[in-house]
Write a protein that binds this ligand. Structure first.
Ligand code: SF4
Length: 481
């Protein structure tokens, strides 16, 4: 903690009327953490608000994966400054990976920032806010040792909609050369299986039908637990819970994704036909420099294995261009790997060094212009493959878990995509595709249920169709279709 001018949540404020506004950047893990933050704050009398102008506390939950993350956080804080000028009592906090990495340095750089807390400190939020209310500016970013780490139990009341994330572990022991996660989120700690199952049951009881198990490397799940359990055993136990329609997981490290896990896609009907398997580079030389622990051939063998178990599976990946020493030949190998793997989707990034990583000690020798050009070529190549993969949905009947009314209702009406008197809904297919469909106004709201939609239009990143069922199908849906 450092001494600084007083900035507090107003003392006179009625506890029940306090509001928190949370901005979330980054991955599903951060989205999950944001829900836990809201949950902990609800216990302190806060309600979540979608309007920052109404907030007594504004939190930015940050991510270090993308390019120049600190710049993004500082830019967001600068944009929020007028709120503080209008109402000096509003408290600002930064949490997540950037907070973990930069700690109190952020307090020094941003004089109107009140609180910085790390990814392991969510449960400590009530204590930290008490200090902020007392006028302190607080930085607390200690990474908890494996033995002391405590997961925050999931409270289903803070979840929105029929899909939810559930963390099963935190941290990572892999230490890929470019990645900051092991130093900001610490070593792997697995949540005991009985707690995962209890939380999954509570979420299902609250209406969740599509559950995603979260971990930086889920295949490592179970190490260090008293109960002997590995990731596939946990998957089997969660898959057996009554009422669950779809089970997913992220992220799976290709070096640890064994045949048992890949084959599970062919034998667990609840397991949705979607797998994210980060490749990062198609060059063995670059993969070795990245310390990824697999070759391109080994990776493609896993792709073949999971496609044999589940031919319809939607595969997505992460790719990095411009890693130190990446030559045009290495990059060409990445392009070739995309063609060989035929991914449905790709998330791609230009390499930039992260302080404290092994790669930060290597010369960042691929010029920025070359990185940008390679990224554009890679994305153009994947766009062609994605369009080719999307064709298979045309005229198929997809099981769709409806998430709500479409945000595009107005524009769909304007361009004549939906007729007047219709309400447009959106949901997701088992493979994770967004599917839009319209029903006559007055039809019972299908949100939270499974419906069948025949696809009659394949768009760039979504599908559109006609509902062809009268009621939700049985749990388990159209696996392997
Ligand atoms: S597996 Fe590698 S890339 Fe993934 S979180 Fe761990 S260190 Fe980072």
């Amino acid at each position: 903690m450092i001494e600084a001018p007083a900035t507090s949540i107003p003392e006179a404020c009625d506890a029940a009327s306090r509001r928190v506004y949370v901005i979330t950047y980054g991955c599903q893990m951060n989205a999950f953490d944001s829900r836990r933050i809201v949950q902990v704050l609800q216990g302190q009398g806060y309600a979540e608000t979608a309007d920052p102008a109404m907030a007594d506390l504004v939190l930015i939950n940050t991510c270090s994966v993308r390019d120049r993350p600190e710049k993004k956080v500082l830019g967001t804080l600068a944009r929020l400054l007028p709120l503080k000028e209008a109402r000096p009592g509003v408290a600002f906090g930064v949490c997540g990976c950037v907070a973990q990495q930069h700690g109190r340095d952020l307090l020094l750089r941003v004089p109107y920032l009140d609180l910085v807390f790390g990814t392991d400190k969510i449960a400590d939020l009530p204590r930290l806010l008490t200090q902020v209310e007392a006028g302190d500016r607080v930085a607390c970013t200690e990474v908890m040792p494996r033995t002391d780490y405590a997961f925050v139990d999931v409270d289903p009341s803070v979840e929105h909609g029929p899909s939810a994330f559930l963390t099963i572990m935190k941290g990572c022991d892999r230490y890929c050369a470019y990645c900051i996660v092991p130093s900001v989120r610490g070593r792997e700690v697995s949540k005991p299986p009985h707690r995962v199952l209890a939380e999954a049951r509570a979420l299902i009881q609250a209406g969740v039908r599509d559950l995603t198990l979260l971990g930086q490397n889920v295949n490592s799940y179970g190490k260090g637990l008293a109960e002997p359990v590995d990731f596939v055993s946990l998957l089997e136990q969660v898959a057996a819970l009554p009422g669950l329609s779809r089970l997913r997981f992220v992220t799976s490290h290709p070096a640890d994704a064994d045949d048992r896990m890949l084959d599970a896609f062919g034998r667990l009907p609840v397991l949705a036909e979607a797998l994210h398997l980060p490749l990062q580079s198609g060059s063995d030389r670059v993969l070795a420099a990245m310390r990824r622990g697999y070759t391109r051939e080994a990776y493609l063998a896993r792709v073949a294995r999971v496609r044999a178990a589940c031919p319809d599976i939607a595969l997505s990946t992460d790719m990095i261009v411009g890693f130190p020493g990446e030559t045009e030949d290495d990059f060409q190998a990445s392009l070739d790997a995309l063609e060989a793997a035929q991914f449905d989707a790709m998330f791609s990034f230009k390499y930039s060094p992260r302080p404290g990583t092994v790669a930060a000690g290597l010369p960042d020798d691929v010029p920025e212009s070359v990185k940008a050009a390679r990224l554009a070529r890679l994305q153009a190549a994947q766009d062609v493959i994605t369009a080719r993969r999307m064709v298979r949905y045309q005229d198929r009947v997809e099981e769709v878990l409806v998430e709500g009314t479409s945000r595009d209702q107005g524009s769909s009406e304007r361009v004549g995509r939906i007729a007047p008197g219709m309400t447009e809904y959106f949901g997701r297919s088992r493979t994770g595709m967004v599917v839009n469909f319209a029903v006559p106004r007055g039809t019972p709201d299908p949100t939270g249920t499974l419906v069948l939609v025949r696809i009659d239009e394949v768009l760039v990143h979504s599908l559109r169709g006609v509902r062809v069922d009268a009621r939700a199908p049985e749990v388990g849906g159209t696996h392997g279709g």
